[in-house]
Design a protein around this ligand. Structure first.
Ligand SMILES: O=C(O)CCC(=O)Nc1cc2ccccc2cn1
Ligand SMILES: [Mn+2]
Length: 244
């Protein structure tokens, strides 16, 4: 068949999918994080970037909220200055973001199947969040060091897909710095176009986004472990939401 059609970027070829899953499982178990380049290929990446640009110019992005009230008193801008919007991937104008989500699902789910005791560390991945599309405006936008899931809310894997063409960190900054708990070396991840990173969402991976001096786009999905999610639901059920 025509080689260009059998682009290795689309996860249609089982063998590539399998190799990818093996690499992710190994990296996650050894380092607690995994970086994959050329995840979907230039064409698909550009289609996704185009959708994000359209959404951003349509003004659907909101200022990133601070999740814990303790921090809310402080000026929001000093903690995080990303602008975000949540996407299911089935909305009109988000078809390619939907394709990305499906590709990430297929890698995570097949890695889960491949490692019969759960994708990594005995997790049973059954559900995930919607996709959070984030934009860091170039004016030194950043995100202070934090842990995605410090208190067992169920999220176990963070997957972030980057959309930044020809990103030069020397000029534009915007590095994702992960401080692996095992101490020692930090991981500096450049938010390169068509790069995806997976890492444990819990305290093993405190991370920050260093000030960005160019508009910086990323799409994040969090995967839940069934048991941790269920016990979190039960815990929250004890404190019924205030009826506002
Ligand atoms: O863009 C990157 O490289 C990572 C940015 C990042 O950590 N974003 C982020 C965004 C979040 C939004 C809501 C709740 C928790 C959150 C945790 N992390
Ligand atoms: Mn984070």
């Amino acid at each position: 068949c025509d080689d260009s059609l059998m682009s290795s970027h689309l996860l249609t070829s089982e063998s590539r999918n399998e190799d990818l899953c093996k690499q992710i499982i190994n990296d996650m178990n050894v380092y607690g994080l995994s970086v994959i380049d050329d995840f979907l290929g230039m064409q698909k990446g550009l289609e996704i970037l185009n959708e994000v640009h359209c959404m951003y110019s349509a003004g659907v992005f909101q200022n990133g909220q601070i999740v814990s009230s303790a921090l809310a008193e402080r000026d929001l801008q000093t903690i995080r200055s990303d602008k975000i919007t949540w996407v299911k991937g089935t909305e009109s104008g988000c078809i390619n973001i939907g394709f990305l989500i499906n590709q990430i699902d297929s890698v995570v789910i097949s890695a889960n199947k491949m490692h019969d005791n759960g994708i990594l560390g005995n997790y049973k991945i059954r559900e995930r969040t919607k996709a959070m599309v984030a934009c860091y405006p170039g004016s030194g936008a950043h995100y202070l060091m934090h842990v995605d899931n410090p208190n067992k809310d169920g999220r176990v894997i963070t997957a972030i897909y980057y959309l930044n063409l020809n990103w030069e960190t020397k000029r534009s900054g915007g590095i994702l710095r992960i401080f692996p708990e095992q101490g020692g070396t930090v991981a500096d991840i450049e938010p390169k176009f068509d790069r995806i990173i997976f890492f444990w969402s819990d305290r093993r991976n405190p991370h920050e986004v260093q000030p960005a001096h160019r508009t910086r786009y990323a799409i994040t999905v969090w995967y839940f472990d069934a048991e941790e999610r269920e016990s979190a639901r039960n815990r929250y059920r004890q404190y019924p939401q205030k009826v506002t």
